[in-house]
Design a protein around this ligand. Structure first.
Ligand code: UTP
Length: 406
């Protein structure tokens, strides 16, 4: 108990003592337990957020282009199929996000994207996974990361729908960690009198949450060596795509990233490149006009390949980096909170920060990464917004283009 109070003092969070003093004994203990489990180092990062290190030297990376893949498609696919058959590959669905842009109440995967009949996002993803499983003649383990905010609903929904025909015994859920929310002065906010305000800690926390949740032995039991991570919202994505897996293995890389040729030099996607000679992803707003427009002698854009959040990672390499701190990204948000006197506030303008780590930062921690180009019309239909770019409408159009009946 002492240590929590010491930490509150050390990290300038003594305002929480006022909350504790008003709580009944059992709630006080719960709050102390929550604080005891807090990653205090996170508050250090938050305090020093203005002195973040800048980027290293950025240079273009060469990727395996669609014509190059075509040339070796058969051999790559064979290698990938063998890896699936040997149980070496598992799917890792990152579904802990809040889907705020789409404005759906529940988990994004339960969103119905159908027109004349129901077609849930989760349903489409399992269909896509079945395509690869059928090609390999074997289903693979399917891990799903949820968060405190959507776990029960996700699990119940998938059980109610019988995992859309995917073998239930291969599906494993785990919850991602939460990160505390702070006000603009770095003070922890309270969601209710006895509970910290928290939010999912971003998709970069997936591997540490996976290990913490005891999933590593589960993966090892199947003999899994590679994890194919992907977002919940790209309804066209190939899951455990044999050709992609085979290419990463055959090219002797420790990770791979599916990329698309950018729709225009300013498209809002992270760009795969090299940073100080190591693979890295630079966000579109960090790229700058000169780099976005830079071309090689053949007239091709040098920073042309955008990531689509579909990665392959080798587990032994993930274990090497698991203790490394990932960069923390803060976002100003409206965070509901309570006062020590119990008054609840729902701010109409941002009042603090939420913090996230991003999976794209993991790529820079890998020794190498195979950029693997895919056709955006065949594999990239993210459902981020209600309308416009990357929306329900655009995803429906792309699903139709690919022969999916809506
Ligand atoms: P996004 O960055 O698009 O976030 O997530 P989001 O929460 O789905 O949507 P917005 O930004 O609130 O509108 C990309 C992928 O990473 C997952 C999401 O579920 C999605 O599959 N993710 C995101 C997590 O698993 N955990 C997180 O904390 C954040």
């Amino acid at each position: 108990m002492d240590s929590v109070f010491t930490m509150l003092k050390k990290y300038d969070q003594e305002h929480l003592i006022a909350f504790m003093n008003k709580l009944p004994e059992n709630m006080k203990e719960t709050l102390i337990r929550e604080l005891d489990g807090l990653d205090w180092g996170l508050l250090d990062i938050i305090r020093n957020k203005d002195s973040k290190e800048g980027r290293g030297e950025i240079s273009p990376i060469s990727v395996l282009t669609i014509p190059q893949i075509k040339e070796k498609e058969e051999a790559y696919t064979e290698t990938g199929i063998k890896a699936i058959q040997e149980g070496k590959v598992a799917a890792m669905l990152l579904a802990g996000g809040m889907g705020t842009r789409l404005g759906c109440k529940g988990p994004k995967g339960v969103f119905d994207i159908g027109v004349t009949h129901e077609l849930y996002i989760f349903e489409q993803l399992f269909r896509n996974a079945m395509d690869s499983a059928e090609a390999a003649g074997k289903e693979f383990p399917f891990f799903i990361m949820t968060s405190d905010k959507n776990h029960e609903e996700t699990v119940q929904f998938l059980k109610d729908h019988n995992f859309f025909g995917y073998p239930a015994e291969l599906v494993h859920f785990f919850k991602q960690d939460m990160a505390p929310c702070v006000d603009f002065d770095g003070h922890l906010l309270m969601e209710s009198a006895g509970k910290l305000a928290t939010s999912p800690n971003g998709n970069g926390g997936w591997y540490s949450s996976f290990v913490k949740a005891g999933m590593l032995p589960v993966a090892e039991q199947y003999g899994v060596e590679w994890l194919n991570c992907f977002a919940v919202d790209n309804v066209l994505q190939r899951i455990c795509d044999p050709c992609f897996i085979g290419a990463v293995l055959a090219e002797g890389k420790v990770s791979g990233a599916k990329v698309v040729s950018k729709a225009d030099p300013h498209e809002r996607v992270g760009v795969l490149c090299l940073e100080d000679g190591k693979p890295s992803i630079v966000e579109y707003y960090e790229l700058g006009e000169d780099m976005a427009m830079a071309k090689n002698e053949a007239g091709e854009y040098l920073y042309n390949y955008g990531v689509i959040l579909n990665y392959l990672f080798r587990i032994d390499k993930l274990n090497e980096i698991i203790d490394k701190r990932m960069p923390l990204h803060e976002a100003e948000k409206k965070i509901p909170y309570v006062d020590p006197d119990g008054t609840a506030h729902s701010p109409e303008t941002p009042n603090g920060y939420k913090f996230e780590t991003l999976i794209l930062d993991m790529v820079h921690m890998m020794d190498d990464c195979l950029g693997y180009e895919v056709d955006r019309n065949r594999e990239f239909a993210p459902v981020k917004n209600k309308t416009g770019v990357d929306s329900v409408e655009s995803a429906r159009a792309l699903l139709k283009l690919n022969g999916v009946e809506l």
